[in-house]
Design a protein. Sequence first.
Length: 108
Amino acid sequence: MLTSSALALAGYEIGVGRTVPTIAAVVGLIGVVVAVRAVRSSGRGGVAAIALGLVSVLVGGVHGANAAGGLGTGNGLAGAVIAVVLGAAGALLGGVSLVRSRRFVRRG
């Protein structure tokens, strides 16, 4: 039976290098879900989706810029890239929902 110390020695322990971009990617995914719901409804949640998306892009971008090594080194670069992509998608869809929710007022 494997213990936690045996798993840590085998390299299966998740550290800060993987945790931060993983959390940022989850925040970006939540932003995408909120944005899709905002696009489907009357635009409620668009601001929240933009905020979640921007946080995800910011954290993922900073972590990706500071990650030592490339993909597959365990430094969280893949998670940072996913966080940036999901965050950008959530922010973009949140903006679309806000634009669609505005009523066009005809000025005479």
